[in-house]
Design a protein around this ligand. Structure first.
Ligand code: MG
Ligand code: ZN
Length: 215
């Protein structure tokens, strides 16, 4: 019982911070997009490509990783305001909480920023349990992960408004159908918006770019 109570209060406190963060950023005209997905699903590549496509927009990035700043270093080359959160020193948490995002943005220069992109820690489970304060939750699922992931990790697909199906250039080599992935995702969340794309070939990128641009 005690454990359940503690967990509840953790979620309640997080939700309050998330609520305030969402309101604050909206007031500043910043759209906060939380990007979730498994390790290797293509989150960092999607962020890179999105910034390349929308050169007239200003981005700020928060990178969540248990260890290392490999992704942040890669993105820093784009000359963007970037903040690394490593959870390793604090027990290796496998998700980001709203309070950590708040701390990060308190130390960032968000002057004139249009989009705050947060790359959450790679996994399909607990990032979905914690509201980060984002206006939009995106799950990136690579075609290599198979068709059944929405059914196996339903909360992630329920909490996300957008599903990016990445690495579609690999479809010819896999026994996976795009339609089945979409069908399974819509079994969990009938309203989820789906963007199949390949950062490598550029297939589907235009549609994604236009959607983000018009947010
Ligand atoms: Mg990454
Ligand atoms: Zn976690």
């Amino acid at each position: 019982m005690k454990k359940i109570k503690t967990l509840r209060s953790v979620f309640a406190a997080n939700d309050q911070v998330a609520y305030e963060l969402r309101k604050e950023l909206k007031g500043k005209g910043i759209t906060f997009i939380n990007i979730m997905g498994s390790p290797g699903s293509g989150k960092t590549s999607l962020i890179e490509r999105t910034m390349d496509e929308l050169k007239d927009k200003k981005f700020a990035i928060i990178e969540g990783d248990i260890e290392t700043s490999i992704d942040a270093e890669k993105l820093q080359k784009k000359g963007v305001e970037i903040y690394q959160i490593n959870t390793g020193p604090f027990g290796g948490d496998c998700h980001l909480e709203a309070a950590w995002i708040r701390t990060a943005i308190g130390e960032m220069n968000l002057e004139g920023v249009d989009f705050l992109l947060v790359e959450n820690i790679g996994n399909l489970v607990c990032p979905a349990e914690f509201d980060t304060g984002a206006h939009i939750n995106v799950v990136v699922l690579s075609v290599t992960e198979g068709e059944d992931k929405p059914l196996k990790y339903p909360l992630m697909f329920r909490r996300s408004q957008i599903l990016v199906i990445s690495k579609t250039d690999l479809l010819p080599y896999l026994d996976v159908s795009l339609e089945n992935i979409v069908r399974n995702a819509r079994k969990i969340n009938k309203d989820i918006l789906v963007f199949p794309l390949s950062v490598k070939t550029g297939e589907g990128v235009e549609k994604w770019k236009n959607y983000i641009k018009n947010l």
